[in-house]
Design a protein around this ligand. Structure first.
Ligand SMILES: [Zn+2]
Length: 54
């Protein structure tokens, strides 16, 4: 399962979670700390893993 990083607007900190693709697409992401849904995906981490292929 891929690891995703989000920024929680409520906690004001970064949280990382492992989600399946379908979980993520359904928007079933909630902060593990406060249970809030106000999570902003942190782009960059995903790119760093996939952009280099050669
Ligand atoms: Zn939170």
């Amino acid at each position: 399962m891929p690891l995703y990083e989000f920024y929680c607007e409520k906690c004001r900190k970064e949280v990382s979670m492992t989600l399946t693709i379908s979980e993520r697409e359904k928007g079933k992401v909630a902060c593990p700390t406060c249970g809030g849904r106000e999570l902003r995906p942190l782009v960059g981490t995903f790119f760093a893993k996939t952009s280099r292929k050669s």
